[in-house]
Write a protein that binds this ligand. Structure first.
Ligand code: PAF
Length: 309
């Protein structure tokens, strides 16, 4: 099975490395040529909960590699999904399957619109990982990986499930992909902006009274919006599910904190910002998510003028 992982962030490196180590023909696609050369030469260095691994994964910038892939994993930031979908749409015959494991809402819709829903798989993972340096990733916590076809029925997913299983991700398959995406959104809404603002690791967010209370407020709002949309969340107690992810990935710096530390654009518009937009469309107040969104947007806009000491 030929697998191309797009985006050498924490999740991209983790999936590419473990898939290659499990015996699949996996490669990584990057848009930055200097980083691609470095990762190609050095290999992936994965440390953490499964021990230490060094895996050579061919890494390049050539989108032609996508043309005959059996499976493409989209692991770029949500704001880059449309550009990646255009790249995939431009190669012939193109991959059989395109699986998004990204944070935030809207990715499945963009990929389906540009590539056709019949080859798109939505997926979520609560595995925790962060990048030390290009290609060097700390696997800070195991999590659940759940997938489902955008087209609805989950026929023909056997080889994808087999690949993820052999790579150690213990995948589950569920029927309604939006239920998955929103269940993961709840986790990201509870953790990411708070981690980015406070600069605390996931575990510490539930140890402080203030962050624990804000988390409860933000999660309560996204649950209300999800219910109004008719979403069936996977966990009967969504706040407890977020706390469980905090405990299971306690040593992790969440992806949004990683973005802020590297002074990059964050996914706030696709996470807490999406809750504010969806809530507003449905007439549901989301004041906690609005404040979190405003604060993270302010941080993003002020990297150059920040007082550091
Ligand atoms: O974005 C992240 O960092 C991850 O989705 C998660 C599950 C919150 C763990 O840090």
């Amino acid at each position: 099975m030929k697998i191309v992982v797009i985006g050498p962030g924490a999740m991209g490196c983790l999936f590419a490395g473990y898939l290659q180590a499990a015996g699949f023909e996996a490669s990584l696609l990057d848009y930055k040529s200097d980083r691609a050369v470095l990762i190609h030469r050095q290999g992936l260095i994965i440390t953490g909960v499964r021990g230490d691994h060094e895996v050579h994964v061919p890494t390049g910038i050539n989108v032609v590699d996508l043309a005959d892939a059996d499976l493409v994993l989209v692991c770029v930031k949500a704001y880059a999904t449309a550009a990646v979908a255009d790249e995939i749409a431009g190669v012939q015959p193109g991959p059989r399957w395109v699986l998004t494991l990204q944070n935030g809402v809207g990715n499945v819709e963009i990929l389906s619109e540009k590539l056709g829903a019949e080859r798109v798989i939505g997926g979520v993972t609560t595995a925790g990982a962060f990048v030390h340096s290009p290609g060097a990733v700390q696997h800070a916590g195991e999590g659940d990986t759940i997938i489902g076809r955008a087209a609805g029925d989950n026929a023909e997913l056997g080889p994808v499930v087999e690949a993820l299983t052999r790579a150690g991700f213990k995948p589950d398959v569920k029927p309604d992909v939006q239920n998955l995406i929103w269940s993961k959104l709840v986790v990201n809404v509870g953790i990411n902006a708070l981690g980015a603002i406070t600069r605390l690791r996931n575990g510490a967010l539930i140890e402080h009274q203030g962050t624990a209370a804000i988390m409860a407020g933000a999660v309560g709002e996204v649950v209300a919006v999800a219910e109004a949309r008719g979403i069936e969340l996977l966990h009967p107690d969504p706040l407890e599910a977020v706390r469980t992810v905090c405990r299971n990935t306690s040593g992790n710096t969440c992806s949004m904190l990683g973005d802020v530390l590297a002074q990059r654009r964050t996914e706030i518009d696709f996470i807490n910002g999406a809750v504010v937009r969806e809530g507003s469309a449905l007439g549901i107040e989301t004041p906690v998510n609005r404040v979190l969104t405003d604060l993270v947007q302010t941080i993003e806009q002020s990297y150059q003028v920040r007082v550091t000491r």
